[in-house]
Design a protein around this ligand. Structure first.
Ligand code: HEM
Length: 157
């Protein structure tokens, strides 16, 4: 009775091995530069996506015209987006080295923490129905956006 070959013949085995090595080399060549906490050096990475999402939530709650349920929802959307951005390294920081880089990353993280705290204040003010505090908090958030962008966003962005 014919015994079927279950293992690949030696020639086919080396072909499979070669294809595997090639696939691995391609995967490595396409892998972007990683920082310890995320990407650096790519225009449409998690930082870009997170900021776009932050912008959508912030815009939606500014247009909510006193609808406190929508403002609460927008504030929670902001918090999710801030959590995404907070662990990333802006390109402007990744371009620095040594102590300057460490100091800039620390400053970025602190500003993102403050942004998160203010978005929580906004959610609370909306939940408590304090329309005046909602407006004041939105103004504070706008100031934080300007400060963060002046300091960390590339001019052409
Ligand atoms: C309400 C607050 C904020 C809003 C709505 C907002 C919105 C945006 C938007 C729409 C972009 C452009 C997205 C892009 O093209 O990449 C952006 C980019 C950026 N923002 Fe913000 N931002 C806010 C706060 C901040 C703060 C506080 C910081 C820093 C502490 C910051 C740092 C950056 C940086 C570094 C980029 C460039 C991202 C990239 O590499 O693509 N942002 N932000």
């Amino acid at each position: 009775m014919t015994k079927f070959e279950v293992r690949p013949a030696p020639a086919r085995r080396s072909l499979i091995l070669g294809a595997g090595v090639l696939a691995l080399a391609c995967a490595l060549a396409w892998t972007p530069t990683f920082e310890s906490t995320g990407f650096a050096g790519v225009d449409d990475g998690p930082m870009h996506d997170g900021m776009e999402s932050l912008n959508r939530s912030f815009r939606s709650l500014r247009r909510a015209k006193g609808d406190l349920a929508k403002i609460t929802e927008g504030a929670v959307g902001m918090q999710k987006a801030i959590a995404l951005c907070k662990g990333e390294t802006p390109d402007t920081v990744a371009a620095l080295e040594g102590d300057a880089r460490a100091a800039a990353l620390k400053e970025y993280r602190i500003q993102m923490i403050e942004l998160m705290k203010e978005s929580l204040n906004l959610e609370r003010a909306a939940l408590e129905g304090d329309a005046e505090k909602v407006q004041a908090t939105i103004r504070t958030l706008q100031g934080m956006q300007k400060k963060g962008h002046d300091q960390f966003k590339k001019d052409e962005d």
